[in-house]
Design a protein around this ligand. Structure first.
Ligand code: NOJ
Length: 584
């Protein structure tokens, strides 16, 4: 209750904070609801994104090795409904179809990732290079270029080769740096004549925290308070090494760029008059984005991380900090290893100061001494963590500008999900989300932030890590129950397409028109999908008749359960009517 009250007060006071924090840009222009009509700079690049494990499927085909995600998802209890990415969207077999979707959107770029074990089955170059895997990415890149779509390629979107995990403990081991460098070098050698935008790591925060602290993601380790810092340390070094490899061996010939994609929520102080909350909000961002961006741009971890983790480690009786240190040589080797910065951003939190005694034991989360809150009025269409708070995006982009010397930015992920049960193609909330977030990015560009491109996340509904297929981020709906994994456009396809063709938001009238038209077309797609799903169900029933075992199980889920539910509802209604009559 108290928190809610604080949040309401906070709404009134946000503007005051904006004024006091104003240094480089005019926060007062950031009124809620003040939409900015205008266009993006000429040459601004529009794209969509995907990643290998989330979409490719073909997990054991054509000589691909296993990744930590293959192994993790095959263990029971790790992913909702024990779902896996074994076949996912079957993207491996649908390159042409998916490129047709990109063309339909008239995109400038497509962001995808290479599966390390698909091209190096054990992760080790001297063991084996899988030419079939190389061919798959060769064909994809060539087709993109033939269609004038620029590939932006991520080298590591979380699918570490399982052999490296088993033999060395994955990102807990220093040897990953050289293995990753060999892999990156092979990619530069084989694809670098055509790929000019390389992203070393996608969202290393998740790799470190969800992979090595909470264990919610592969490899599922719970090395609280130390594992994530160690993983991050080696990832940062691996990134820097790969940047130097490109710089020394390939840049002059290939003339491309190497960056990293960092995710970060915005953190807004709950009480903007409280210095403690202001500092806590800053800490939230430093422990998130700053953890990786500060070494890469400024040469070392954020001071506040060094102070907090160092102090807690000492209180816990440790001789050295759980946060590793960089030598001065390493600092200068790492500093400046970013030709462009990828930013993945989805949501915002209110932050307040909260002390966690060191006796709680080591943990990344308690190291920060803060609590995260959300405003219950923020739209929250699906993912538990994802609230739509567009103004946080502009603030985060301005933060990057001021903290890291106004680097060249590509937004590498931004989007919103919906729940599995919802087969609604008229995704009003997604259109709204894109409209407002893209508009905040436009305002940030007017503030002077150097954003060169935007990548909507994601092209397709796909495997959403520990959430399985229950959260759909796609512009295109994928019918996972159908073996062919057909794709259907949601209304947001039409809407995003208009933003792209107008390079922004020319006028209120036009933007409203786009919305109306998108809703009109999605109703017919909805009918198409419904008809297709009926056909799939009928086919399933026919199959059931031929297959008694699955027949029994699927009958239960597809026929018996809904029938029993309907009967229950009917009986309750009759019972209620009976009670009401007696009462009268
Ligand atoms: C960030 C991850 O990089 C991406 O793979 C995921 O789909 C989105 N977050 C949404 O959860």
């Amino acid at each position: 209750m108290l928190q809610l009250h604080v949040l309401s007060v906070c709404h009134v006071l946000v503007l005051v904070l904006c004024l006091s924090a104003a240094e480089d840009f005019d926060w007062t222009k950031n009124h809620r609801g003040s939409f900015y009509y205008g266009t993006f700079p000429t040459g601004f690049s529009w794209g969509v994104g995907s990643s290998a494990y989330q979409t490719e499927g073909a997990w054991d085909k054509d000589g691909k090795g296993m990744s930590i995600w293959d192994v993790f998802t095959h263990k029971k209890g790790k992913v909702i409904y024990n779902e896996t990415g074994d076949s996912s969207c079957e993207g491996y077999y649908k390159v042409k179809d998916d490129i047709a979707l990109l063309k339909e959107l008239k995109l400038n770029h497509y962001r995808f990732s290479i599966s390390w074990p698909r091209i190096m089955p054990t992760g080790i170059k001297s063991d084996h290079v899988n030419e079939k895997g190389i061919k798959y990415y060769d064909d994809l890149i060539n087709l993109l270029l033939e269609n004038k779509i620029t590939p932006i390629v991520t080298l590591y979107h979380w699918d570490l080769p399982q052999v490296l995990q088993e033999r060395y403990g994955g990102w807990q081991n220093l040897s990953m740096i050289n293995y990753f460098n060999d892999y990156a070098n092979l990619c530069f050698e084989r694809f670098g004549n055509r790929v000019k935008y390389w992203i070393t790591f996608n969202n290393p925060w998740s790799i470190a925290v969800e992979g090595y602290e909470t264990g919610e993601h592969a490899p599922g380790m719970k090395l609280r308070g130390s594992g994530p810092y160690k993983a991050a340390h080696y990832i940062i070094k691996a990134h820097a090494k790969v940047w130097h490899t490109y710089d020394n061996q390939w840049r002059s010939k290939q003339k491309g760029m190497v960056g990293i994609s960092l995710n970060g929520d915005w953190g807004e102080p709950v009480d903007i008059t409280s210095q403690k909350d202001i500092e806590a909000a800053e800490r939230y961002i430093q422990f998130y984005l700053g953890w990786f961006a500060t070494p890469i741009f400024n040469g070392d971890y954020p001071q506040v991380m060094k102070d907090y983790i160092g102090r807690k480690s000492a209180q816990q009786g440790l001789g050295t900090s759980r946060l590793p240190t960089f030598s001065s040589q390493e600092k200068s080797y790492i500093k400046g290893t970013c030709d462009f910065l990828g930013i993945g951003h989805f949501t915002t939190r209110y932050i307040t100061q909260k002390n966690f005694p060191a006796s709680h034991g080591p943990s990344y989360f308690t190291d920060r001494d803060l609590a995260e809150l959300v405003d219950p009025r923020w739209p929250d269409p699906s993912s538990e963590w994802l609230y739509s708070v567009p103004w946080g995006f502009r603030r985060l982009l301005n933060f990057v500008k001021t903290q890291y010397g106004n680097p060249m930015i590509y937004v590498t992920e931004n989007g919103v999900s919906e729940k599995m049960t919802c087969t609604e193609l008229c995704d009003d909330w997604r259109m709204q989300y894109f409209k407002e977030y893209i508009n905040e990015m436009l305002k940030a560009i007017k503030d002077g932030v150097n954003v060169k491109g935007y990548t909507a996340w994601s092209l397709l509904d796909k495997f959403e890590w520990d959430e399985g297929y229950s959260e759909r981020f796609g512009l295109y709906y994928v019918d996972f129950r159908n073996k062919n994994k057909p794709r259907y456009p949601k209304a947001s396809v039409q809407y995003y397409k208009r933003i792209i063709s107008s390079n922004g938001f020319p006028s209120q009238k036009e933007a409203e028109n786009w919305h109306r038209k998108a809703i009109e077309t999605c109703s017919s797609s909805n009918q198409l999908l419904a008809a297709e799903q009926q056909r799939t169900t009928a086919a399933n029933i026919l199959r059931l008749i031929h297959d008694p075992l699955t027949s029994h199980m699927e009958m239960v889920t597809e026929i018996v359960v809904p029938t029993v539910c309907t009967l229950c509802i009917l009986l309750s209604a009759i019972f209620l009517m009976f009670l009401l009559r007696r009462h009268n």
